[in-house]
Design a binder for this molecule. Sequence first.
Ligand code: ADP
Ligand code: MG
Length: 342
Amino acid sequence: MEEKRTEISQLGEFGLINRIANNFSLHQASSLKGIGDDAAVIDAGDDVMLVSTDMLLEGIHFDLSYMPLQHLGYKAVAVNVSDIAAMNGKPEQIVVGLGISNRFSVEAVDALYKGIHAACENYKVDLVGGDTTASPSGLVISVSVLGRTRKGNEVYRSGAKDKDIICVTGDLGGAYIGLQILEREKAVYKANPEMQPELDKYEYTVSRQLKPEARMDIIYELADLGIRPTAMIDVSDGLASELLHISASSGVGVRIFEDKIPIDEEAYTTAVEFKLDPFTCALNGGEDYELLFTIRQDDFEKIKNHADIHFIGYVHPDPKQNVLITKNGNVVPLKAQGWEHF
Ligand code: ADP
Ligand code: MG
């Protein structure tokens, strides 16, 4: 008899994760939150420990023809720290798993770890372990991070309430547009190796792809202002996808105004140059590692003048109504494209 075979692409990444999650229940009273948020939450007395892991694969997440190893090392740490930020926590330790082939020299590993070191200094996290193994050809880097916050101070994707204000930090779409620039310059270089890549005028946008930063600065500022977001997630897959995660986890709907979505000017003009809609890039691009969070209306006064926090919409009670209000005033359903690796 033929065995049943289901393609992973039929389920998609999130469908696959749900399928895994549905087969497991938690045994330990200390496992306060398992699969389904930016990090797991573990009881640690007066505190909670936060645990998250993210893996970067050559050929899927990065291309070494334009990603310098030093930047890659930094990014591998930053994207993990970002998940701790998204829980309203402080990162403390990382462990690093490395799969490496003989294509790479000791100097290449040095360069990778120079970036990891810079990130450890910047975020004040300690590299406390890892694992090193041979890989047939590609480079694999897997980082796990431990973080901490006072119990009750952690923020889940599930806490958004009717009438909360939806906020996003920084600007969106840049990382995706930066990738388009790098891919184009790679193609130009392949066709004619004499050509020097023209990246100067795209410096900021390219840096969004190569040098993402976890927004720990925002976490510290919110704490200083006495604001605890009601729900939070980091923007790794794209604004639309993350909004739908908050909607599904919180059992609420979101209404977003297209003209409120923050887009950097350089990224905007570059998107247009590439015949891409800047708003589509911002909604679905991903990898910006900004923070998306909701606050109670009472907290608005405290941050309404913050230069790097933008108010893009509000929460409403119907979880089935997730909409984008376009510049022309049309109300369209919010759809997530996100990244499809499968
Ligand atoms: P993020 O984008 O914040 O890193 P993901 O979308 O990767 O989050 O993961 C969503 C949730 O699913 C997280 O709780 C993560 O720990 C969990 N998860 C992802 N992949 C697996 C897996 N293979 N096995 C168990 N849990 C997983
Ligand atoms: Mg995340």
